[in-house]
Design a protein around this ligand. Sequence first.
Ligand code: C2O
Ligand code: CU
Ligand code: CU
Length: 504
Amino acid sequence: MADRKVYTDYFFDEPAFNTHDGGYVPLKEPDSPQEKLRIPALLKPDKETDTDMYYTVIAQTGETQLLPGAKTKTWGYNASILGQTIVFKDGKNIHITLKNELPELTTFHWHGLNVPGPITDGGCHAPVYPGESTQINFKCNQVAATLWLHAHPCPATAQHVWKGLATTVIVQDQTESQLPFPRNYGVNDIPLVLQDRNFHENNQLDYMADYDPDGIQGPTPMINGTINPYFDVTTQRLRLRILDGANRREWRLHFSDDLKFTQIASDGGVLPEPVDFTHLMLTCAERAEIIVDFSGYKPGDEVTLYSDDVPLVRFRIHQFAKDDTTLPDHLVNIPDPDVTPNTKIHQVVMAGMDEEVEINGKKFDMQRIDDKQQVGSVEYWDVSNTNDKTGGMIHPYHMHATQFRIVSRNGHEPYPNEHGLKDTVGVNPGETVRLKVWFDKLGVFMNHCHILEHEDGGMMAQFEVYDPDHPKTYKLMDMDTLMTAFAKERGVKKEDLNIPGMHM
Ligand code: C2O
Ligand code: CU
Ligand code: CU
């Protein structure tokens, strides 16, 4: 264990980092007092039996004390901002009542969850109108992972997430529960949702004032809905389930003293082997679970997590018991099925920036199915970013309904932490990333850039997972129905709706 290689690199192409964007908004250290890091409560099941779990998830409005002075109007799931953390257990039947108490329609998308589409998956085809509720039922069948729930009402996804609609989802299974990982939620196992915001008069958010077609940004880091947070460390080892929950921002993470940390899981579950880092970059929607070992520190010390040179969280070290746990060199086996013979190689070409973004030369159309794959078949998807190497940006590419494997980047080995299951991958300008993709649920699903303004702006496509023996037709939502509903709910004329992506 002691002789694992320690990576000190961000791996992604430096000229494509968001710091080089024309509209880059640098993070600033907040000048408000330090606040205890918010740890979202675990959502209590309405009922749990040996085989079934029942939950109610409510999208609601609220007010959150983010800064001194006026509270900020925010949205959340069973909370005023972000949400309570939702736990699913592999093998259980899950029943969720989705309730919308917002003033407008939204959807509930289970990012990374292996469920049928398009309704259970919760993309734009599954609106829940204000005052209404609906039920979804599915069997949880996937390995332990850190996933997330977020709103996905195209093309207002970015607005809804900016207001707060995003929360952590934890899947637990038998294998992960045997591994020597910290798992005392809130004590040594905590979610860390990384976001940034800009605050206007009276501490309010103003999406349209800060809108940028390449992704809204704010100078203030907001971690789990906390500004300028600290966390009291009471154990030697701490597990962080980090999510890039920002609309656009990349996070280049490192600790004070270049403290080494160990990544144990990526988007879709535990890595085959632990990977040691001093620096780690996440693009939008990616997750990394890491274990930090504070054995070199003593009570009263402070260890700071930074992005670039701005502090995000201060870990205040308290007395802790000595912990000699070492991680095995091998953690889990990752499925690597052979590609089904005689299948095509899917091509996804992400092009453009600003309003010009598109996939395969087209803007998103809810009524158009762009690609197909047979359920159970294993196929290559070649995902390219045609942006110029100088002046281009990294597009985080995401597919619903699957956890894929990254085969190669421009024919070379993927990054050292990309050997596990993933649902989102940052694609550098001028790069083609080859994915090996398989599905086991039927439906119509989305694939897109996870910079939320690119997704809303049309850098999104749809595919159908089909069973040739049981063809299905789907009733798909259309932009006009959604825009008519938004206009009515917001009390404005359709042409006066301030939803940038609607003009695509
Ligand atoms: Cu995070 Cu289309 O989703
Ligand atoms: Cu998703
Ligand atoms: Cu993009």
